[in-house]
Design a protein around this ligand. Structure first.
Ligand SMILES: O=C(O)CCC(=O)C(=O)O
Ligand SMILES: [Fe+2]
Length: 416
């Protein structure tokens, strides 16, 4: 049976003696005195073996928090693309590739910013995104690589030589990440009682979609001026597979889930600096229930995005998260992360999938007597474009909002 990485009842003890608690070689350790999110650790190998307890834990994680760890150290499947170890190795190499890429001069990197052409692929410079509706600039740079470009489904975008030489590595990493996503979708499909293959068929690897790999770099911030590096958001697509090595990722826990470790408010003023509590956070970290996600070697962090909320009329959760300066002794280090965003195929309309009992029940629970279920007819392509470019100052902030209200369970009982 899976266990929370750090269950509230016994602190970090589950991980004591587990090598994944030791941190990443060459990087300062994640501190033990900050509030962390009780993400479940799900074993890829056990999911592949149809372990019932594991499947139950997985389902619970997807409904309650929409975030979990997946232990990739032992899982490989009959399908050759599901290979946890190989995915970890590809990820390791791409961490080196991204350091090389971000090492290029800014003027060179800016040649690959395609925002003006209406594309979110390519480069976004430091401060080129917004963290809130008042227009506060972000404190990270990122680079998005399109799956369709790498797999030859669309014409290649211009890219620097120190990335184009790694196209085969990108392709391998994309296939392997996508295979993990497909497994997630298959299990969810069965739990939702949807017709066989429905979710997977909306996410075919070889169909055009907004799937992408993202590199993110956030340099250490000055001790007296630490702010949000990447603004709070829910992911736009279906399933995200994330690798990071330094802390800084925080999830906003639903109010009935308590963080593990010391009180959030104490921590956030000492470790993140007042600025995080000042201009960016109204009400403070404690009131908003922010908790760090402790990076674990050998694991990826998996989270669900808005499309899964829409497909399931809110049964599955796309949780709000953000990135702040790394905590404690990690604060002076440069933070990198590597992300695979899986999104529904471009033409898929994001609406409740009504062919299964679970979603049908959720729909009828939401409707008053005689009311009809109505939702915006928006395609995946439009949705992702609007969400992604809105956070870069194109179009209105409000229009670029996703399912945050659902994520906060506004107007519902907690735990719903
Ligand atoms: O860097 C991280 O840990 C998370 C990045 C993220 O949430 C995103 O790029 O959507
Ligand atoms: Fe995200």
């Amino acid at each position: 049976m899976s266990s929370p990485a750090e269950p509230a009842t016994n602190g970090n003890s589950v991980l004591n003696g587990d090598s994944s608690h030791d941190g990443f070689p060459g990087l300062p350790p994640f501190p033990d005195d900050v509030p962390t999110a009780p993400l479940l650790r799900i074993s890829l190998a056990k999911l592949l073996a149809h372990d019932q307890d594991e499947l139950n834990a997985f389902w619970k994680a997807c409904c309650e928090l929409g975030f979990f760890y997946i232990d990739l150290r032992t899982g490989s499947g009959h399908d050759d693309d599901i290979d946890g170890e190989a995915l970890l190795q590809d990820a390791e190499k791409l961490f080196q590739v991204q350091e090389e890429f971000f090492g290029l001069p800014v003027e060179e990197k800016l040649k690959y910013d395609f925002k003006e052409q209406g594309s979110y692929f390519g480069y976004k410079g430091y401060g080129g995104g917004l963290v809130d509706k008042s227009g506060t600039p972000d404190r990270n740079e990122f680079y998005n690589t399109s799956k369709d470009d790498i797999l030859g489904l669309s014409s290649p975008l211009p890219a620097p030589e120190n990335l184009t030489q790694y196209r085969p590595l990108f392709a391998s990493y994309m296939r392997r990440s996508h295979a993990v996503v497909a497994l997630v979708l298959r299990i969810l499909n069965a739990r939702l009682g949807l017709p066989d293959g429905e979710l997977e068929n909306l996410h075919r690897l070889n169909a055009p979609s907004g799937d992408q790999v993202r590199f993110v770099k956030a340099p250490p911030q000055p001790p007296r001026d630490r702010r949000t590096a990447l603004g709070e958001h829910t992911d736009f697509g279906s399933v995200t597979v994330l690798f990071n090595r330094l802390g800084g990722l925080q999830v906003r826990l639903p109010s009935h889930i308590r963080p593990i470790g010391p009180a959030t408010s104490e921590h956030s003023s000492s470790s993140n600096g007042d600025a995080v509590n000042g201009s960016v956070e109204v009400g403070g970290a404690a009131a908003e229930n922010w908790a760090y996600v402790r990076p674990l070697p050998g694991h990826a962090i998996v989270n669900l995005g808005d499309a899964m909320v829409k497909f399931t009329a809110g049964v599955l959760r796309s949780n709000i998260h953000r990135v702040v300066n790394p905590p404690g002794g990690q604060a002076e280090s440069t933070r990198y992360s590597l992300v695979y965003f899986a999104r529904p195929e471009d033409e898929v309309v994001l609406r409740a999938l009504r062919g299964g009992k679970v979603v049908e029940e959720a729909v009828s629970k939401k409707l008053g007597k005689g009311e009809k279920w109505e939702e915006e007819e928006v395609s995946s392509k439009e949705w992702v474009l609007r969400r992604a470019l809105g956070r870069r100052g194109v179009g209105s902030w409000e229009k670029s909002e996703g399912t945050e209200e659902v994520s906060l369970r506004k107007g519902q009982d907690v735990g719903a």
